[in-house]
Design a protein around this ligand. Structure first.
Ligand code: ZN
Length: 296
């Protein structure tokens, strides 16, 4: 049995896969935010639960919103900032009394979708997670392209391209820079724009529901979002020109973006052509957790 864990900024999901790839069980809990020991305990608890209920022992793969630095062995670049600078893999191994494999969550998504998902058959897959934060991962020939510093594909921390005077210089990002595209096109960025226009804080899901009710403010916020997402995608295309773009994370569930965004992107691609398919992750919100399981 393979166990996959997807550690997100708001939820932690665990899945148990049979050797055939069939899903046996799934558990989802709230992330103990800003609580490192609590996060370790929560992940260990999910693994114990999955094993108790399936009466099997599994290998454990974990997708995290960040990376283990090849230079120091410590977590870096996580928007779940309380795991930064920690020996997260070692601490999990101690708690679980076994070896675990960790990978960046967007890299897990890229590999999962390249192997048997929406990117099957493509040579170069660029996978994007637009959730609480914003991650990117590159799979080439079904393998993660991690890079020397484990930051390949980390496109969320490029500044938003072609900023308008109203957008410039952008708000501070957890990474220490200002105007990163994550702060605009993550679910949090979407909620920020709605709050900026209305003074009211709503969850991304609630704003998306307003779109179906012909709410003009929500519609305006969505159009601004789509324009920004198109610019962000054009930036990625101008750099790596992948064969397919796969979207995961909460914002990827808003289905209209697959119709509205492609025709916007070409305005910013070098040469003005854009034919790259933009697809939702085939395994939906489960792609990350499945990709984590497939680390073994
Ligand atoms: Zn940043």
């Amino acid at each position: 049995m393979r166990i996959g864990i997807d550690m997100g900024g708001t939820k932690i999901e665990g899945i148990a896969l049979a050797d055939t790839g069939e899903e046996l069980l799934r558990i989802r809990i709230e992330t103990p935010r800003h609580d490192y020991d609590g996060t370790i305990a929560a992940i260990a608890g999910i693994v114990r639960d999955l094993e108790a209920k399936t009466k099997q022992k599994g290998t454990v793969g974990i997708g995290i919103p960040g990376a283990i630095s090849p230079q120091t062995g410590l977590v870096k670049n996580a928007n779940s900032t309380w795991i930064i600078g920690k020996h997260f893999d070692h601490d999990l191994e101690t708690a679980l009394e076994r070896e675990v494999r960790l990978a960046n969550d967007a890299n897990c998504l890229a590999v999962s979708e390249a192997v048997d998902g929406a990117g099957a058959g493509a040579k170069v897959v660029f996978a994007i997670i637009i959730g609480t934060g914003c991650g990117g991962g590159i799979a080439i020939d079904h393998k993660v392209h991690q890079g020397l510093h484990a930051i390949a594909g980390e496109w969320g921390h490029i500044s938003l391209g072609w900023m308008t005077p109203e957008e410039y210089p952008g708000i501070a990002c957890f990474c220490g820079q200002r105007g990163c595209l994550e702060t605009f096109i993550s679910g949090t960025g979407f909620e920020n724009e709605y709050e900026k226009q209305t003074g009211i804080r709503k969850r991304g899901r609630e704003i998306a529901e307003l779109l179906g009710q012909e709410d003009t403010v929500a519609e305006n916020v969505m159009q601004i979002y789509e324009n920004r997402l198109a610019r962000a995608i054009a930036t990625a295309v101008n750099l790596i020109d992948p064969d397919v773009l796969i979207l995961g994370g909460g914002m990827s569930n808003i289905s209209r973006i697959y119709e509205t965004v492609p025709e916007l992107v070409q305005k910013w691609t070098f040469g003005g052509e854009f034919t790259t398919p933009i697809k939702p992750a085939m395994h939906g919100d489960s792609s990350g957790v499945r990709g984590a399981a497939w680390l073994w």
